[in-house]
Design a protein around this ligand. Sequence first.
Ligand code: PHE
Length: 451
Amino acid sequence: MAGGDILPSWAVKRVTEREQWGSRIGFIMAAVGSAVGLGNIWRFPYEAATNGGAAFLLANFVAVLLIGLPAILAEFTIGRRAQRNVVDAFGRGGRAWKAAGALAAVTAFWIVSYYSVVGGWVLRYLIESPTGAYFGEPAAHFESVAVGLDAALYAAAFLLITVGIVAMGIERGIELATKIMVPAIVVLMGGLAVFAATLPGSGAGYEYFLAPDFGYLADNLVTLIPAAVGEVLFTLSLGSGIMITYASYVEDAESLVADGGAIVVVNTLVGYLAGLIVFPLLFAQGVEPGEAGAGAIFVSIANAFQSLPAGELFGVVFYFVILIAALSSSISLLEIPTAYFVDNFDAGRPVVAGALGTGAFLLGVPTALDQATFEFFDSFASEVMLPTGLFLVTVFVGWVYGREAMDELGEGVREQFLPRAWLWYVRIVVFLAVAMTLVLSVTSFAGIELF
Ligand code: PHE
């Protein structure tokens, strides 16, 4: 389009140059890459362990179907409709709504600042695996590397890779990287699960993970439901504008329902696969999952490698999988604010990504130097920011976008009743579930006992 004479240059850039995914499968892979991450491999087994094992699995499965899928579709419709970053996408609902978009972008920036610290731990464990450096005293080793200057340096290295991929752009950076990473994650995790199955004593792990205790389920519904819903939001990357931004790079009117369904199914299966690795390994070591705590993958599991045949190799594969899973999520986090600046200012993507990466590093330094700060960052994000973000999404889709969201979902979908049913479902069921999660998690964050 030779519109340079009528339109100012920034407008031309908007109309002609906004990037798109190269293919539908590329979009799906990028979204799966964002969803599959530390949430599946580290948080999911850990949450399952503290919430009754298989009972949690069951509650989680129900929450994925009833809340996760319709909620991801809500974010998709906002993004694809707007073809803009999260701030401007919300901004279509009026000036005040821009603040909701800004909150999402800030949330993503906040999360990537400490997520990269965990990414740094993983990078370090990967590098240390060939020599078994953490074999001797796993707990002491973890304590010595998790906090301190080293932790900040490794976080910087992790962020550097993240920035590099985001700087390359949507199709040649994020899409290309996740098209390689996601299949690799699935194949390598499958291999690890098979290997874990061969360990003596692993059987108890399956029983713990797969046989629900219905008594526990009935007695603990009040804590189980918010934990299960919260895990769904975290693992599907909902509430921070990621699925909005990623869908904004989709132009074709294909069925979002089919794409969302595929993403949710793969993400859930990877979470279960992680459980099939982590629990047999823990039980084979005689470690009760509840005791393992948040450091499980760095302490109990690292300890398990020591006694395994070819433990060094096992360690390399294990931490490599976690590293690429974490990277494919951190690039999605950094992309959210990046998209905003690239859309709105005449700055190159590499400059924007580099500046934001530097900012995220600086914000994250305190979390690398102090464990309590780290925990504050994590719980503030998952208990306050993400549920608030998704709550705003449901209100926006339900009551501001309404019809438009319905039309957008209807594109490429044959069942004509579906969009309307979905909209009402979002307005009532998803809205109430997210509102309840928000209340329960904000009160738990503030230390208030409701029940
Ligand atoms: N979904 C990612 C994971 O499972 C984490 C994440 C949460 C990423 C929120 C972005 C936003 O690790």
